[in-house]
Design a binder for this molecule. Structure first.
Ligand code: GUN
Ligand code: ZN
Length: 443
């Protein structure tokens, strides 16, 4: 056994050899819904990792006795060990847009977002910002994200090159946008198809990386572009589709005028075959028929509470999504969103749900941030839980990282209370370490 530290003897070693991590183990196997189930919790647990994958979990006292002599043990007693957070909607090119206020969606895009995204034509800027972005994800315990690129293929090359260095499981795509945006941020229906095809060829299934076909939103894509995006999706059934839908009332009205024959905003995407295997951010202004169709298509919602509040967009209706059987995950949507921290994002999700007169348990919130996110991305056979064979991407959370957190944590009588205080008070200070396939990601 080694000295308590957050890293095994050396990182190379960690990828191959057996290593044990001790702490309170929590992972989800199902959506807890309105209850507190669906999870496995081992207060004094051991997580065994071999070759970067979960070998097994169990009570520490029982498992320690079975370990071969010399097995490295990393002691995180007092902390929670959870599968790494999965952020299902975030823009790396908007890292520098964060906290740019004073406007609602369409004006915010013009004033703050497009100027920042323009800089991604420069490969060096794209690479440096991608590096910062991925380090910030790790600092916040996020091990997988579905990332929205800019119109430039370089934005995705840069991100995936930096993700490769870090061995991350990441999905991303170049934004398609051929109208209603600045000339120098515009592709064409054909160039978007060709560039996206080339990126799929280069990156999809390359190591831990995956591609997502990424029409930005119906306002910035012509019918011809959406049709080709749908064709590309049909040609690559295992490639995810991502986009924005029904976020803001002015945006919804604009879509209605751009696509007068569509039944609804969502229908614009569905009509082009863009609903299957998809993640749509926001989904605030959907109707019952939209939800029914999302459920049938197994399309999922990325609920982005900090963004929806910051841009004054509206309140997501979780109960309506549940009633329709629509899959939900939770996302930061940086830079419309105001934090990289999934803990802070869960706290805001809770407040949005309260404003709707509904409820969200901490159990369910952490499910959304882990297995729920993995399910939305179709990755739950690889990440999102500690089932044997899953990739050992996990986060070490210290509920007592701040004086207030420690005080509140000491008063918690149940796991739900403990998780609830952690999500409401938590932020990056609570992230003691983040592991990528068993290797520490925070220096
Ligand atoms: N709709 C279209 N583009 C964007 C974007 O970059 N952020 C958000 N929040 N909504 C969008
Ligand atoms: Zn977004």
């Amino acid at each position: 056994m080694t000295e308590p530290s957050d890293r095994p003897d050396d990182a190379e070693h960690a990828l191959r050899a057996l290593c044990a991590f001790r702490g309170s183990i929590l992972h989800f196997l199902a959506d807890p819904g309105s209850g507190y189930g669906g999870c496995e919790y081992i207060e004094d647990g051991l997580l065994l990792v071999e070759d970067g994958r979960v070998l097994r979990t169990g009570p520490a006292t029982a498992l320690l006795a079975t370990l071969p002599a010399g097995t490295p043990l990393v002691d995180h007693t007092g902390c929670l060990l959870m599968p790494g957070f999965v952020d299902t909607h975030i823009h790396h090119a908007q890292t520098d847009v964060i906290a740019s206020g004073g406007s609602t969606l369409l004006d915010w895009l013009e004033r703050h977002t497009f100027p920042a995204e323009r800089r991604f034509a420069d490969a060096a800027h794209a690479r440096a910002t991608s590096a910062f972005f991925l380090d910030e994800l790790a600092r916040n315990g996020t091990t997988t994200a579905l990332v929205f690129g800019t119109v430039h293929p370089t934005s995705i090359d840069a991100l995936f090159e930096e993700a490769t260095v870090r061995n991350l499981r990441l999905i991303a795509g170049k934004a398609m946008m051929d109208r209603n945006c600045p000339d120098d941020l515009r592709d064409t229906a054909r160039s978007a198809y060709d560039e996206s095809s080339a990126l799929i060829e280069r990156w999809h299934g390359n190591g831990r990386l995956g591609y997502a076909i990424t029409p930005r939103f119906a306002c910035t894509s012509s019918d011809a572009q959406l049709a080709l995006a749908g064709q590309l999706a049909a040609e690559h059934p295992d490639v995810l589709v991502q986009g924005h839908v029904a976020e803001n009332l002015a945006e919804v009205a604009w879509v209605r005028s751009l696509f007068p024959s569509a039944r609804s905003y969502l229908d614009v995407y569905e009509g082009h075959g863009l609903l299957r295997h998809s993640v749509y951010a926001h989904c605030i202004y959907l109707d019952a028929e939209d939800r029914r169709r999302m459920s049938l298509a197994r399309a999922s919602v990325a609920f982005c509470p900090t963004s929806n509040l910051f841009l004054g967009s509206g309140l997501f209706d979780l109960a309506a999504a549940d009633a329709a059987g629509v899959q939900v995950s939770i996302a930061t949507d940086v830079g419309g969103g105001t934090s990289f921290s999934m803990l802070r994002t869960l706290a805001e999700a809770y407040k949005v749900v309260r404003m709707m007169g509904q409820d969200l348990s901490a159990h369910r919130a952490f499910y959304f941030a882990t297995l729920g996110g993995a399910r939305a991305l179709g990755l739950d056979d690889r990440i999102g839980s500690f089932l044997p064979g899953r990739e050992a991407d996990f986060v070490v959370l210290d509920p007592a990282a701040s004086a207030l957190g420690a005080r509140r944590d000491a008063l918690a009588r149940t796991l739900e209370e403990r998780l609830f205080a952690l999500m409401v008070l938590g932020d990056d200070r609570n992230v003691r370490q983040t592991y990528i396939m068993g290797v520490p990601a925070i220096a």
